[in-house]
Design a binder for this molecule. Structure first.
Ligand SMILES: C[S@@+](CC[C@H](N)C(=O)[O-])C[C@H]1O[C@@H](n2cnc3c(N)ncnc32)[C@H](O)[C@@H]1O
Length: 204
């Protein structure tokens, strides 16, 4: 559906790498990519487990992991850390039944630490509770009850929040070097969009 991919495009990143394992979806991705004018899009067919090793160390300003349901692993977190530049951001999402995402986040946070991220780099996640219809097995699924799910949106900044602030200050002082942006991922920074600050995004 290219939902998140389109949002990334709207931020006018200069280069956008998309990794997709399913051939049929990749065909749609390639057609979609051909119509993108904001940045160079590089679709890569394969499982990220095989593909990311083709990408260089510290070459991305943003990494987003977006399968559903979320299956982020320790291995992906380690790869993200390798791929991100200083000040670069990893984001993904987790989901937990109920009003609190506390348990899932505690587990994921431990994995981030095992992957080499530091306490300083792991910013408080955003929590987004929403009601979704459960699959109760009825022929007419619209009769199934709604259930509360909390989506958890982590924000991991390589080098820590302080590094991001330095990066943003640098962007303000030298706007011409930051020709593109990723700022609509507003959960990364409170308040209105700020100076464009990221140039390259990877999405799996
Ligand atoms: C929720 S969709 C992604 C939507 C997309 N980010 C967008 O812009 O709308 C999840 C995709 O992840 C792909 N996928 C699942 N596991 C994968 C893996 N290990 N490596 C690469 N792609 C994978 C699935 O084939 C599926 O197309």
């Amino acid at each position: 559906m290219a939902i998140s991919a389109t949002l990334i495009q709207q931020q006018r990143v200069s280069h956008h790498v998309i990794i997709e394992a399913n051939g049929a979806i990749m065909e749609r991705c390639i057609s979609w990519a051909a119509n993108q004018t904001n940045s160079t899009v590089t679709p890569m067919l394969g499982f990220w487990e095989d593909v990311t090793q083709l990408l260089g160390d510290e070459t991305f300003d943003g990494v987003m992991f977006d399968p559903f349901p979320s299956t982020i692993t320790l291995a992906f977190m380690k790869e993200s850390r390798r791929l991100l530049r200083e000040g670069g951001v990893l984001t993904y999402y987790l989901q937990q039944w109920g009003n609190s995402g506390v348990k899932q986040w505690a587990r994921s946070r431990q994995d981030l630490l095992k992957a080499g991220f530091t306490e300083d780099e792991i910013l408080p996640p955003k929590y987004a509770p929403m009601d979704i219809r459960s699959d109760c097995g009825a022929n007419d699924l619209s009769t199934c009850p709604m259930q509360r799910v909390t989506f958890i949106i982590p924000q991991i900044v390589k080098g820590g929040k302080k590094r991001t602030e330095e990066f943003l200050n640098d962007a303000f002082s030298k706007p011409s070097t930051f020709e593109t942006s990723f700022h609509d991922l507003r959960f990364l920074h409170e308040g209105p969009p700020r100076q464009p600050w990221a140039r390259v995004a990877a999405q799996a």
